[in-house]
Design a protein around this ligand. Structure first.
Ligand SMILES: NC(=O)c1ccc[n+]([C@@H]2O[C@H](COP(=O)([O-])OP(=O)(O)OC[C@H]3O[C@@H](n4cnc5c(N)ncnc54)[C@H](O)[C@@H]3O)[C@@H](O)[C@H]2O)c1
Length: 451
């Protein structure tokens, strides 16, 4: 029998993907990985989810969900068509495609922490098979796929397999690509499949396979020339947001001093039909992406003797916003002849943005910590979080209070403008409302301080 060639492996995987028979393994069943696994299941692919968190695996296998916007009916429907979750990496050898969606945070020195990606690569390598396609989706600096992921997979697999890099190999190749996740949590105006998917393969065949893979669930796939170009694309998108948010945050501070309403100004500017996209100020950046990802690039840039000044400046302005909120609360209380020390403050909304159940990097947590440091008695309410325990940075250990009897608080601070809140009632019943999101737009009251 003649040995299987690389082109045979390629054709087999491509036709398997096109026929929706390729078995897909998704590693990391969080906000990105779980919806992706469900999308593929929905499109009739056999899918297995992998996660080291046993509670998540058990919840999914019992037909439950741990993400607010994913109902348990969705999980149960996926289960009934074959989706299952596991922590057993040995099952990777049964996959044709492996998609990695693990976290990429910053460490305490605000440097990239790639340990989740490298741990995953170490865990995949012993189970790697010729002809598998490995795709990294985690947001990261340009070069990660080629410089970090591929070397581990090549060095630690048991069959001397090499990543396909063009040309005809002897049937001992696996394929590698990077494809960034572009989801906007809470955004219901664009369907997931209408967000074009960018892919960059290590070689033409890897790109073609990744394009076929994502083409089966996304309406448009955009191929770029390399994994690094795809990695940089994602960072450009997030840096663009981070810098523009910093710009409006700075202009908000100036507008406050000048007695102008920045929200009115942005609304007017946004009527220009070209050349302007509105961004909105707030109490500071939150989420796993915008406050974190730009620093992946500034870290990498140093290797090239390059300072990414826009990123640093935007980081400085955005990081200062919770301190601005604190100063505004102090000033607002002062005008009522009250000190923050000893005052009762209710924080409304702790999620990092409206209508989502994600606390990561939320400015609300910093604001609560700052208020407590000044001696305030802080309570919070958020429809999505009955309690706030230990996070990456803070250990707040708080339980949600009810929205009854708002008059007991000296100050109510709107940090996250969830749609569920009745802002008119909140203003009516409170002594003082500090609004960081323009949530009280249209309500005319001397009790409101917009900051
Ligand atoms: N959440 C978003 O909206 C969003 C948007 C775009 C990009 N991203 C990027 O996608 C990636 C994943 O983000 P997320 O929000 O889904 O993170 P998450 O924390 O919600 O989920 C990550 C999952 O990976 C699991 N995990 C960690 N190490 C593992 C390992 N070695 N093996 C198996 N499972 C492991 C964790 O238990 C967790 O369930 C990050 O790089 C993030 O920057 C996220």
């Amino acid at each position: 029998m003649s040995p299987i060639t690389s082109s045979a492996l390629f054709c087999e995987l491509k036709s398997g993907i096109e026929a929706r028979k390729a078995h897909i393994g998704v590693i990391g069943l969080g906000y990105v990985g779980l919806p992706l696994a469900l999308l593929y299941t929905d499109q009739q692919f056999p899918v297995t989810g992998f996660d080291i968190d046993h509670r998540k695996v058990d919840t999914l296998n019992a037909g439950g969900s741990y993400i607010f916007r994913i109902g348990k009916e969705e999980i149960q429907a996926a289960r009934s068509t074959g989706f299952s979750a596991t922590s057993d990496y040995a099952r990777l050898s049964g996959m044709n495609v492996v998609i990695i969606c693990v976290p990429t945070p910053l460490n305490e020195y605000r440097e990239p922490d790639l340990s989740y990606v490298t741990n995953t690569a170490h865990a995949i390598a012993p189970h790697l098979r010729a002809g598998q396609l490995i795709v990294l989706e985690s947001t990261t600096y340009p070069g990660t796929t080629e410089e970090v992921l591929v070397p581990i997979l090549e060095m630690e697999n048991r069959a001397s397999l090499k990543a396909a890099r063009g040309g005809e190999a002897d049937g001992k190749a696996f394929y590698v690509a990077f494809s960034p996740e572009r989801e906007d949590p809470g955004n219901t105006s664009v369907a997931r499949r209408d967000i074009p998917k960018v892919v960059g393969g290590l070689d033409g065949q890897a790109s073609e396979l990744a394009a076929a893979l994502y083409g089966s669930i996304f309406n448009r796939v955009v191929q770029v020339s390399s994994p690094a170009a795809a990695e940089m694309t994602k960072l450009l998108e997030n840096i663009y947001r981070c810098v523009n948010i910093a710009l409006v945050n700075e202009l908000k501070l100036l507008s406050l001093r000048m007695g102008l309403d920045i929200w009115e100004v942005i609304e007017a500017a946004a009527t220009k039909p070209f050349g302007f996209q509105p961004f909105y100020p707030g109490p500071g950046l939150g989420g796993h992406c915008i406050p974190v990802d730009p620093f992946y690039l500034s870290w990498k840039a140093k290797e090239w003797d390059f300072q990414t000044r826009f990123i640093e400046l935007a980081g400085e302005i955005n990081t200062a916003m919770p301190y601005h909120v604190l100063a505004s609360i102090v000033q607002a209380l002062n005008r009522q002849r009250k000190a923050l020390n000893g005052s009762r403050v209710l924080v409304l909304g702790v999620a990092y943005k409206k209508d989502i159940d994600d606390l990561r990097e939320s400015p609300a947590l910093t604001i609560i910590e700052l208020l407590r440091n000044e001696g305030a008695q802080v309570s919070y309410h958020d429809p999505y979080f009955p309690e706030v325990g230990r996070g990456r940075k803070y250990d707040l250990q708080m339980k949600r209070v009810s929205l009854e009897n708002l008059a007991q608080y000296d100050c109510v601070v709107i940090v996250t403008d969830h749609s569920d809140y009745d802002y008119r009632r909140i203003v009516q019943e409170s002594h003082l409302v500090v609004d960081t999101r323009n949530a009280t737009k249209g309500i005319d009251s001397k009790k409101i301080v917009r900051c």
